[in-house]
Structure formats: structure tokens, C-alpha cells
Design a protein around this ligand. Structure first.
Ligand SMILES: Cc1cc2nc3c(=O)[nH]c(=O)nc-3n(C[C@H](O)[C@H](O)[C@H](O)COP(=O)(O)OP(=O)(O)OC[C@H]3O[C@@H](n4cnc5c(N)ncnc54)[C@H](O)[C@@H]3O)c2cc1C
Length: 404
């Protein structure tokens, strides 16, 4: 069996893994990054690049190049809840280079990081390499086994980082204990073409019994139709006509175009999970991003949090990895740094779930109103708070890992 030796093995090429792999390679650490798919061209990923991530690009000197990738800029986010129009984020007052959320297909974001990672000789990205198990030596994780097109391989590393998302095999094999916070919804994800007269911004509607969010991807809308958890079979069973009618009722401007959804193959089900690990690490292994804390799509902040985890991890790990002295204390430092932002963000998502989305999906025919705390945030003195939270999250990170 082929055996590869490296300093850090990162499993999963999503936002967390790709950012971490790039930053560690930039710091001169030998990194092998495993991604199970052959490319990043998958349509179920979030597309939001937040002001804090754009600020990191600026700190890295990559912002101008990054903004050349086609994107649309969201400068304000609002939501229609019954008859209440609620602004949930203004970004124009933020003290950063980019006062907007860039909506960009996630594969462009990931390809950008991969291309920059490849500029460093210490960076190895192995696509179609799926980690299948941990390698243990006296209870310490010393690497992973992976399935590749050429057979099974072993990657031996001083440290393994699980960035393999909400269904992380690494966290399962490590026996980490998971706290499940539950989500009341799942999402049906599909595309409908855009017309020149459509609005440019994100469109979010919550009505009695249903909810839909539409993301502008220039020539089409990426639509998220939110359904009560576990009801996808019921929706499918009711038929495509009924589904198209429901979509048309909540988004009347799409009515003339809904024939484009002519098969269930064009509607992907995304199951929403919200959970977190009680402890993110054990000797030789740490999990970050969704592998440590699966995020709900509410607020579109999961990518942001994953990137922030990666930046904090690189800041803390770069030097100890270079010197071969990563201890359990080093890994504990990462969880201590990122636990607080994770808990606060999940708490806010649960607040929205319990006070808006859950009740809206469960209600039948009642007139909906925005919850009191959302109305309060419309007051001039308070309206900056949700914008800041959406843009930066809690405890924003900055690049301190070195450039070798
Ligand atoms: C319906 C839905 C919509 C969402 N929309 C948004 C949004 O608009 N904005 C936002 O910020 N967040 C959104 N989120 C949350 C966001 O997707 C996640 O929080 C974020 O992607 C986490 O990044 P990650 O790198 O930790 O994990 P992931 O993005 O899940 O990446 C994990 C990577 O690991 C790879 N992988 C998995 N297992 C293995 C293995 N065994 N070996 C090798 N590779 C492996 C996967 O292929 C994947 O590339 C949404 C979530 C859901 C459920």
C-alpha cells in the first residue's frame, strides 16, 4: 500500500479545509489535502462570501484578484414576513474594504484558494481521495486511510484536521460526542431563470406554511424552498404540479418560468442539521468547520464560520507544526478560541428557528408577523447590529500565520 508522509493532513476541500490548507502551505508547513470529489462543481453549496472573508482576502493581498471572479454584491438583506418588510442587514457602515456580501458560486471560491495553494511547493491537493478511517498508534491519531482511483493509500501526519463537513467520517471514527440541537426544516434546492426586470437582491419570503429564499446568480435564481423536516416524500408524492403551484404562490414573479422545473431530478433535497462536538480534538486530530459544528443555513453564515475556524487554526498551528511540537494544549487552544463564536451563532440560529421558521412552517392560513426582536432591530439605534453580526460573526479573525 502506498504511504505518504506529511506534516498536516487536511481531510475535506470545503471552505474550512481549503482555507486551512492554503494558509498552512503559505506558512511553509507541508500539507496534504484530501477531497473525495473530482471537482468543486456541486450545486448544493452556499454561495455567500461575507465582508469578513473579503477582508481576509485583503489582508492576504488577494482582494483585487478575487473580485475579478464574476459575483454579485448584496449591500442590504431584507425579508418579507407576511405583510411585514424587515431589513435584516445593512452593510454600508462597516469599517471594511468591501461593504457587501459577494454572491459567488462556491466552486469559484474554492478553485481560487486551490490555485493559490498550488503556488506553494508544500501544498498537495489530492482530488478523488476519500478518507475512510483513522490510523491509530497507542490511542494517538497518526493519519488516515483513503480510497483513491489507484487503490487504498495511507497518509501519515503529525496532525490530521477533519474538515469533512456535517457527515464527517473522521469525527465518527474518533468517537467524538455530538450535541444535537435539532432543526425543524429541510430545504428543496432548484434553479429558475432570471429575467432582466427581476430585483437584484436576495429575495426571502416567509408565509404561513412555507418559506423561500432566492439567491441571484446573474442568469438564474438559486431557490431554497423550505419545508418542515422529514416531509420531502410527502411533497414529492403530492406531485410536481402542486410543488410548482406552491412555489408560484410564494414567488409570483417566477410563475411564467416554473415549467423549467420539469422533473424531480432538478429539485435536490438538502437535509438541515445543527449540532456541535463537545470536544473537538484528541491527540493527533482536531475537527473544525461543519465537522465540529454543523450549521443551519439561517443567515448564510456557515461558510463564514468555517473560514474563521480555518484562520484561527492556522494562526495557532503554523509555528508549532513547523517546529514539530503540536500538543493537546495547542488543539485545546483552537476549540477555546472558536467555541464561543460557534455557540453564539448557533444560539441565534435556534432563536430564528424557534420564533420564526418553525412556527411559520407549522401554521396553516394564519396571518404571519415578524417576531418582536426582528422589529426592534429596525430602530435606528439598533439596526446596525444584525448587519455587523451577519458580516463579521462573533470574534472575527485576522491573518497572523506567517508567509514563508
Ligand atoms: C441547505 C443549506 C444551505 C446553506 N447555505 C449556506 C449559505 O448560503 N451560506 C453559508 O455561509 N452557509 C450555508 N450553509 C452552511 C454551509 O454549507 C456550511 O456551514 C459550510 O459549507 C461548512 O464548510 P466546511 O468546509 O466545514 O464543510 P463542507 O462545505 O461540507 O465541506 C466538506 C468537504 O469535505 C469533503 N469530504 C467529505 N467527506 C470526505 C472524506 N471522507 N474524504 C475526503 N473529503 C471529504 C466534501 O466533499 C466537501 O468538499 C448551508 C447549509 C445548508 C444545509
Amino acid at each position: 500500500m502506498t504511504e505518504i508522509k506529511t506534516t498536516c493532513c487536511v481531510v475535506g476541500g470545503g471552505p474550512a479545509g481549503m482555507m486551512l490548507g492554503f494558509l498552512l502551505a503559505r506558512a511553509g508547513v507541508r500539507v496534504v489535502l484530501l477531497e473525495k470529489h473530482e471537482d468543486f462543481l456541486r450545486d448544493f453549496r452556499g454561495d455567500t462570501v461575507h465582508p469578513s472573508t473579503l477582508e481576509l482576502m485583503h489582508e492576504l493581498g488577494l482582494l483585487d484578484e478575487f473580485l475579478k471572479i464574476p459575483h454579485s454584491a448584496v449591500r442590504q438583506m431584507s425579508m418579507q414576513i407576511g405583510h411585514d418588510h424587515i431589513t435584516i442587514g445593512h452593510f454600508e457602515h462597516l469599517p471594511v474594504q468591501c461593504k457587501f456580501i459577494a454572491l459567488m458560486p462556491q466552486w469559484d471560491f474554492l478553485n481560487f484558494l486551490a490555485d493559490h495553494g498550488r503556488r506553494y511547493p508544500s501544498f498537495t491537493l489530492r482530488m478523488r481521495n476519500e478518507a475512510t478511517d483513522l490510523i491509530l498508534d497507542n490511542g494517538r491519531v497518526t493519519g488516515v486511510r483513503a480510497k483513491t482511483p489507484d487503490g487504498e493509500i495511507e497518509i501519515r501526519a503529525d496532525l490530521t484536521v477533519g474538515c469533512d463537513g456535517r457527515h464527517s467520517i473522521l469525527r465518527e471514527r474518533a468517537g467524538f460526542s455530538v450535541e444535537n440541537l435539532h432543526a425543524p426544516m429541510d430545504v428543496m434546492w432548484f434553479r429558475v431563470s432570471r429575467s432582466n426586470n427581476d430585483p437584484a437582491d436576495v429575495v426571502a419570503h416567509v408565509e404561513s406554511g412555507r418559506m423561500m429564499v432566492m439567491l441571484n446568480r446573474n442568469d438564474y435564481w438559486q431557490c431554497a424552498f423550505v419545508i418542515p423536516k422529514g416531509t420531502a416524500d410527502k411533497v414529492r408524492h403530492a406531485g410536481l404540479d402542486r410543488f410548482r403551484t406552491s412555489v408560484g404562490e410564494i414567488a409570483p414573479m417566477l410563475r411564467g418560468r416554473l415549467h423549467e422545473i420539469d422533473s424531480w431530478d432538478k429539485v435536490k433535497l438538502l437535509t438541515v442539521e445543527v449540532d456541535r462536538l463537545r470536544q473537538w480534538y484528541r491527540p493527533g486530530l482536531i475537527c473544525i468547520g461543519d465537522a465540529a459544528h454543523a450549521m443551519s443555513p439561517i443567515g448564510g453564515v456557515g461558510i463564514n464560520l468555517a473560514v474563521q475556524d480555518a484562520v484561527a487554526s492556522a494562526n495557532i498551528l503554523a509555528e508549532p507544526l513547523r517546529q514539530g511540537r503540536v500538543t493537546i494544549g495547542t488543539l485545546k487552544q483552537i476549540q477555546e478560541r472558536r467555541n464561543f463564536p460557534t455557540r453564539v451563532t448557533q444560539r441565534l440560529q435556534i432563536l430564528m428557528q424557534n420564533n420564526l421558521i418553525g412556527p411559520a412552517l407549522a401554521s396553516e392560513g394564519a396571518q404571519l408577523h415578524a417576531p418582536w426582536f426582528m422589529k426592534m432591530m429596525q430602530l435606528p439605534l439598533l439596526r446596525r447590529i444584525p448587519g455587523r453580526l451577519l458580516a463579521f460573526g462573533v470574534r472575527p479573525e485576522h491573518i497572523h500565520s506567517p508567509s514563508a
